[in-house]
Design a protein around this ligand. Structure first.
Ligand code: PEP
Ligand code: MG
Length: 844
């Protein structure tokens, strides 16, 4: 940031916001500017647009994107104070004003029906999935909302009409404030705060009042003003800001509803399971809908980051956007399916489609239940090594989901989040309540409470931290403890008190030197004395650990092992300091690759050093939450990992399929690679299969199947692979089976079929068996329908797999009438497993 000492003070800055200047950050800045009488103007150097800093809308309309250079000029009575305050705010607090947007990824969604439905000739339309899931129900269409008689009113008294508009706006503001005071989700809160900011914008009010003074009715003035500003926003280069135009429409509708009441009715009753079909939806319209009735949402327009979409995602409503010409193929009352996993709308709910999706929903539920069920047990590799899989969290609300997803503990409680977004720090008692709640919820499992890591991208206004050129290299984490000693000791006392309730550990962030640890331990000793004096219980042996996120500590681990009990690698910071590449700067993001051999070598050195001294070392950075990294992490020999709760079930399942010795050899090869791409290829080659004994499994044997066709039978077996986490991509696996099937039918005759494929969509080589209640047509060699299906799935990249061997063995065996009879007579799962196991010399 640079500042010019001239008549009217002025400074320049680079916009630090990844989503540009949208309503929320703009409203914070406008509120601050509004406290001064001076005129505050901003110039976006990139596009030459100017803005009044006191107006949210004009700030948004200046179209300020990430890294745009802007200059701010202040002139008036209090210009010096105003300029200073704005400069400090922009340097310190603006970067933290933006709530990160939940990410959506269209991964795997291709707008295609699954294979078996495609071959059934089912009609479908594609759209972009923005909130995943499947929903079906009757179409409810929400159309245009402005009754024409409201816009055609003649105005006799403009002043009275202006008063009406002002009262309407005030009424909406009051309602929003009431909602904000209630119990609402953070997504709803962010949306309502943005609306409040737009409503408070002087430009909006002035324009509405001006239009009324020109003789327009309030309704028309409001709509035209909304149209005007949304036009400005739509010119933005940022998609996110363009989509803020929706907020303006939303607000104008709110004001109209406030003024005209029942004449402007917006709530839609949903009396049965419904799919809401709409050209475009506002968040408020969505909130007004009966949420128990809504099964899915289909929009013709609307963006992936529009607030309505963000809300739909947070409410877990399957949603598609960009579905064209909706009214041409949908009409009210029609029963449809929305598959927001694949990105398709199926306008006719045929019996085949209904059966397909009913089965799919059951499969999804079973898979989730299986993952969560398995996650309740410890994660132990095939060769017997237990790995602790804990949860990262930052509030008490996240405790329940963490433990119900199978967390072995809390590996990282980011306590700084308890200090953010408020006027005062939380008191010792308030903190104790939260930490004790965590300790109780953990029921004997460890809870790692990290002392606050404030600073850099996590500012806390009341600490009044100075502006810095390089906040990530600056005053953050442990570095600011000495200056805020009372706050730190208060927190340590709260943590210590919680150690009397459960297995609490204390962790220090951003440690760069041994002295910092010594200082914190001195505070700990003092806090213990204080609690003893107050006769409050605590665990005197509470373990203390540190984050490894500054490279310097990696070279003094021998000394640090004498100071602390455990270590946790924070890869998010460690990787940025290791490669000297700012974690928030997209231009250097390619450098911070945790799979680069140099970084892997560094990690190996760290883990080995700590293990030499028999101390515990885990990882809680984002690297640990990505299942594709597991072979590397296990190869490193980490004692535990900690990740977002939602990832815990799949992480644990995957660990139990891996073999330590395979992971160690993979890591050795990775350490010799020349670049990250080579490591990626090693990981993709995935030589890490489960042992052969799991080729057959009782959960892959289906008796009395009700499948009615060859397509259904194949999919049913593949679904069982999906439930058992043997594949994460059942559609791709199904395609692979059908590709083979198109070459020749696998119906061997005598009622048996052995479909098969080689595909890396299967994680573990598997055999699935399905015995049908009613035989189905298969196109078999002897023309007979099939009653028993044995599906073999092998991995493409597993060159030495026994797939072909087992396949030809099976084909040979099925020629024998004795074997067929044995299989036919095998009436329970054990008998089927025994029969196949004995004959094919494989065990389950
Ligand atoms: C890390 O740096 O990896 C870490 C877990 O800490 P944070 O992301 O909170 O900086
Ligand atoms: Mg960190």
């Amino acid at each position: 940031m640079t500042r010019k000492a001239c008549m009217a003070p002025e400074f320049t800055f680079l916009c630090p916001l990844p989503n540009g200047f949208h309503a929320r950050p703009a409203s914070h800045l406008a509120t601050l500017a509004g406290k001064f009488t001076s005129e505050c103007t901003l110039l976006n150097q990139r596009n030459g647009r100017t803005a009044d800093l006191k107006s949210v809308l004009s700030l948004i309309a200046a179209d300020i994107g990430l890294k745009d250079e802007c200059s701010v000029r202040v002139s008036g009575e209090d210009e010096q104070a105003a300029c200073r305050a704005l400069e400090v705010f922009i340097a310190q607090e603006l970067p933290g004003c933006d709530v990160p947007l939940p990410e959506i990824s269209p991964n795997g969604a291709n707008g295609l029906l699954p294979r078996s439905l495609r071959s059934n000739g089912l009609e479908s339309y594609s759209g972009m999935p923005v909130s995943r899931g499947i929903g079906y129900g009757k179409v409810v269409m929400i159309g245009g909302m402005i009754p024409p008689d409201l816009t055609a009113v003649k105005v006799d008294d403009p002043e009275l009409e202006q008063e009406r508009a002002k009262q309407g706006m005030e009424g909406v503001r009051t309602r929003i404030r009431q909602k904000l005071a209630g119990h609402i989700s953070s997504t709803e809160r962010a949306i309502l705060e943005a609306h409040l900011a737009i409503l408070g914008d002087a430009s909006l009010t002035n324009r509405i009042l001006e239009k009324i003074s020109q003789g327009r009715p309030a309704s028309q003035a409001i709509l035209e003003t909304a149209e005007f500003f949304s036009g400005l926003l739509q010119n933005s280069e940022s998609q996110y800001i363009r989509e803020r135009a929706d907020d303006l429409h939303e607000i104008s509708h709110d004001i109209l509803h406030e003024i005209y009441g029942a004449k402007f009715q917006r709530t839609v009753e949903l009396t049965e399971p419904s799919v809401v079909v709409v050209e475009k939806l506002t968040p408020q319209q969505l909130l007004d809908l009966d949420r128990t009735g809504i099964r899915a949402l289909v929009m013709e327009s609307g963006g992936a980051t529009s607030h309505a979409v963000i809300l739909a995602r947070s409410l877990a409503i399957p949603t598609l956007i960009g579905v064209k010409n909706l009214p041409q193929f949908l009409s009210p009352g029609q029963e449809i399916i929305v598959d927001a996993n694949r990105g398709v709308v199926i306008p006719k709910l045929t019996p085949v489609a209904r059966r397909y999706y009913e089965r799919e929903l059951t499969t999804q539920q079973k898979r989730q239940a299986a993952l969560v069920r398995d996650a309740m047990a410890s994660a132990i590799t095939v060769d017997g090594r237990a790995i602790e899989v804990a949860a990262n969290l930052s509030s008490a609300e996240e405790l329940e989901p963490a433990f119900s997803n199978g967390a072995d503990g809390i590996g990282l409680f980011r306590t700084e989040m308890l200090f953010a977004g408020r006027e005062q720090p939380p008191s010792e008692d308030e903190q104790f309540e939260i930490y004790a709640q965590a300790a109780r919820a953990a029921r004997g499992r460890p809870v790692v409470l990290r002392i606050f890591d404030i600073g850099a991208d996590k500012p806390v206004p009341y600490l009044k931290l100075p502006a810095e050129d390089n906040p990530f290299l600056g005053f953050r984490g442990v570095r600011l403890y000495e200056q805020h000693q009372e706050l730190v000791r208060g927190q340590i006392r709260a943590i210590l008190r919680a150690s009397a309730v459960g297995r609490v550990h204390m962790m220090i962030p951003m440690v760069a030197t041994r002295e910092e640890i010594v200082w914190v331990k001195a505070q700990l000793a003092q806090a213990q004395n204080e609690l003893t004096e107050r006769q409050m219980p605590f665990d005197p042996a509470m373990p203390v650990g540190i984050m490894i996120e500054v490279p310097s500590v990696a070279f003094i681990l021998d000394q640090l092992c004498e100071e602390v009990e455990f270590f946790s690698i924070g890869t998010n910071d460690l990787v940025q300091y290791f490669f000297a590449a700012d974690r928030g700067n997209p231009r250097v993001a390619h450098l911070s690759n945790v799979r680069h051999p140099s970084f892997l070598r560094f990690l190996k050195q760290i883990v080995d050093e700590v293990h030499k001294r028999e101390k515990h070392i885990g990882m809680c950075g984002e690297m640990a939450g990505d299942i594709s990294h597991l072979p590397l992490l296990l190869g490193l020999g980490l004692d535990g990992i900690s990740a977002a709760s939602s990832e815990i079930p799949i992480l644990k399942t995957r660990i139990s399929r891996l073999c330590m010795s395979d992971c160690q050899s993979l890591l050795s090869s990775a350490l010799q690679c020349k670049n990250a791409a080579e490591v990626d290829s090693l990981l993709a080659a995935g030589t890490l299969n489960s042992p052969e004994s799991s080729l057959l499994d009782r959960d892959l044997v289906i008796l009395n199947s009700k499948s009615e066709s060859k397509e259904e039978a194949i999919r049913e077996i593949i679904n069982s692979f999906y439930v058992e986490a043997r594949t994460n991509d059942p559609d791709q696996l199904e395609e692979a089976v059908w590709t083979r099937e198109e070459v020749y039918s696998t119906g061997l005759g005598h009622g048996f079929a052995i479909p098969h494929c080689k595909s890396d969509a299967v994680i573990t080589e598997s055999i699935g068996v399905l015995k049908l209640s009613q035989p189905v047509e298969w196109g078999a060699l002897d023309g007979q329908p099939v009653h028993t299906v044995i599906l073999l799935a092998a991995r493409e990249s597993n060159a030495n797999g026994r797939h072909m061997q087992v396949f030809s063995q099976l084909a040979r065996k099925l020629v024998s009438e004795k074997f067929r009879l044995q299989l036919d007579q095998a009436e329970d799962v054990n008998a089927v497993l025994e029969c196949l196991g004995n004959e094919l010399l494989i065990s389950s």
